[in-house]
Design a protein. Structure first.
Length: 136
């Protein structure tokens, strides 16, 4: 019997929640695609910028979530989704799916405030936290 191929695009809160629910079903083959190899607990990023926590305390390697034979981890950036062919093209490969869950995260919204993007610090990644620390 062919397993149903589920692909999850993004490993933030939504992507990991979907993975944790779906991995309980042995008749599924799950592919998790994410541009980094870790889950980032973003609510604690401000603690990193103030040196109250190290980045290692708010990141979890994705391989810890992908600890079953029916789960494949692809650490690459998704470049294109072809909904007609049901494929995702990443940096180095094309991945087929039966069902796709898109959970790519969000973008910072500056609400049209002139100069805000240039003068404010976004805080969504470890790189953003480092940029803030190096500025101070």
């Amino acid at each position: 019997m062919k397993k149903t191929q589920i692909t999850i695009l993004g490993a933030g809160f939504a992507g990991i929640s979907a993975l944790n629910i779906l991995k309980k079903h042995p008749n599924l083959h799950i592919t998790l695609i994410n541009k980094t190899d870790h889950f980032l607990f973003t609510p604690l990023l401000p603690e990193v910028t103030t040196d109250r926590l190290e980045k290692k305390h708010i990141t979890i390697p994705l391989k810890e979530f992908c600890n079953q034979n029916n789960i494949r981890l692809v650490v690459e950036k998704a470049k294109e989704i072809n909904f007609n062919d049901r494929t995702i093209r990443t940096t180095n490969q094309s991945i087929s799916y039966d069902y796709l869950i898109t959970a790519p995260g969000s973008l910072t919204n500056y609400f049209g405030v002139e100069g805000a993007e240039e003068e404010c610090f976004a805080l969504k990644t470890i790189a953003d936290a480092k940029k803030f620390i190096n500025h101070c």
